[in-house]
Design a protein around this ligand. Structure first.
Ligand SMILES: [Zn+2]
Ligand SMILES: [Zn+2]
Length: 322
C-alpha cells in the first residue's frame, strides 16, 4: 500500500522542515513578490535546449511506467517541438508598447502576439506536420486529423483560448497539439525579452506571458542556494517566488509538503490549507534532470492521492490537462 508522508515547514520559513533548515541559506525577501537582491528575478528559457531536454526526460520516464504510453507520446511531441524550434527559426513580432505594459504591472506579452504574429500559427502548423504518431491511439490520431481539417482561424482561436487559460473541455485532445506549438512560439518570444526589465505581476502569474505555473523548482544555479522558481506552463520562463508561500492565494500559513513512495523523493506537492490548492514541487537541486512538465505527468500518482485529501491542483500542464 502506498505510504504518504508529510513534512511540515519550519515556522521561521528558513527551510522546508526542521531537519532541512539551514539558517545560513540566503532566502528571498518574503515581503516582496518574488524579488531578492541575491537571486535573479527571472531566468528566460533557452529554446535550443528546452524541448530536446524535455523529450529525453519523457523518454527516460516512459519505460515500465503506468502512464508509459502517454509519456511516450509526449516524448514524440517534445521531439516535434525541438525539431520545429531548430528548423523553423523566426523573429517574434513583439508588441511596441512593451515598456508601457511592464510599467503598468502587466505581463510583457499580450494575447495579440498569439493571434496577430503569423509565426505563432506557423509554429503550431509545423508541430502538426512533423509530429511522429506511429502507433498512437486512434483518439490521438483523430484529434490531429480534426485540427488539420480546421481553418487557420479556428486553430488560432484555440491558441488564443489556451493563452487566456480558457481551455475548451470538448477540445482537450486537440489543445495538446496546439499548446505544443504555442509553447515553441512563446518560448522564442520570452527568450528575446530583456530579463532585467521584467517585473512581478502577481502571485502565480508569469511576468513574461501571464501564464500559470506548472510546478515550482528548487534550483542550485543562483548565488542563493536552493532558491525557488515557478516554471511557466506556456513560455517556460522561470520566475523567483518566496519559499513556503502558496502560489495560488499568497498565504504562508498552513503550507505543507507531501511525497509518495512510488514517486521520486525529489518530487513532492506543496499544499495550502488556506485555499486547499497544491502545486508540484521539484527538488531540481538534487536531480538536475527533473523537468517541470515531464515530471508533473510522471508523478500523476501524487495528484490522485492529494486530490483524495481534498486539494485541487493550482498548477497547469498544457500537455496533460485532466
Ligand atoms: Zn510565461
Ligand atoms: Zn493557498
Amino acid at each position: 500500500m502506498a505510504r504518504f508522508f508529510k513534512r511540515t515547514p519550519a515556522p521561521s520559513g528558513a527551510g522546508e522542515s526542521a531537519s532541512e533548515a539551514q539558517p545560513r541559506d540566503i532566502q528571498p525577501d518574503p515581503d516582496r513578490i518574488g524579488i531578492s537582491g541575491s537571486v535573479p528575478f527571472v531566468r528566460l528559457p533557452d529554446p535550443s535546449r528546452l524541448f530536446a531536454d524535455r523529450a529525453k526526460r519523457f523518454a527516460a520516464l516512459a519505460p515500465e511506467h503506468p502512464l508509459g504510453a502517454y509519456l511516450d507520446f509526449l516524448a514524440r511531441l517534445a521531439q516535434a517541438q525541438a525539431k520545429v524550434q531548430a528548423e523553423h527559426p523566426f523573429t517574434p513580432a513583439l508588441p511596441e508598447d512593451g515598456a508601457l505594459r511592464l510599467e503598468h504591472g502587466m505581463p510583457a506579452l499580450p494575447r495579440n502576439v498569439v493571434t496577430d504574429d503569423p509565426s505563432c500559427l506557423a509554429c503550431i502548423d509545423a508541430v502538426l506536420a512533423v509530429v511522429d504518431l506511429d502507433g498512437a491511439p486512434a483518439a490521438t490520431l483523430a484529434a490531429l486529423d480534426a485540427l488539420r481539417a480546421m481553418t487557420s482561424e479556428e486553430r488560432l482561436d484555440l491558441a488564443g483560448q489556451i493563452f487566456e487559460g480558457a481551455i475548451p473541455v470538448e477540445r482537450m485532445a486537440e489543445c495538446v497539439f496546439v499548446a505544443a506549438g504555442l509553447q515553441v512560439y512563446l518560448a522564442a518570444c520570452a527568450a528575446v525579452l530583456d530579463a532585467k526589465a521584467l517585473k512581478p505581476v502577481a502571485d502565480g502569474v508569469c511576468p513574461c506571458c501571464g501564464g500559470a505555473p506548472t510546478a515550482s523548482l528548487i534550483v542550485n544555479w543562483t548565488p542563493a542556494d536552493k532558491a525557488r522558481y515557478l516554471s511557466c506552463s506556456q513560455c517556460a520562463t522561470l520566475w523567483n517566488h518566496v519559499r513556503i508561500r502558496c502560489t495560488a492565494c499568497g498565504s504562508g500559513e498552513g503550507v505543507s509538503y507531501y511525497g509518495l513512495d512510488e514517486v521520486s523523493k525529489d518530487v513532492q506537492v506543496e499544499t495550502c490549507t488556506a485555499c486547499h490548492s497544491y502545486l508540484k514541487h521539484l527538488h531540481q537541486h538534487r536531480d538536475a534532470a527533473l523537468d517541470p512538465i515531464a515530471d508533473d505527468v510522471a508523478s500523476y500518482g501524487l495528484d490522485l492521492k492529494i486530490a483524495e485529501e481534498g486539494f485541487r491542483k493550482a498548477g497547469l500542464n498544457l500537455l496533460f490537462v485532466g
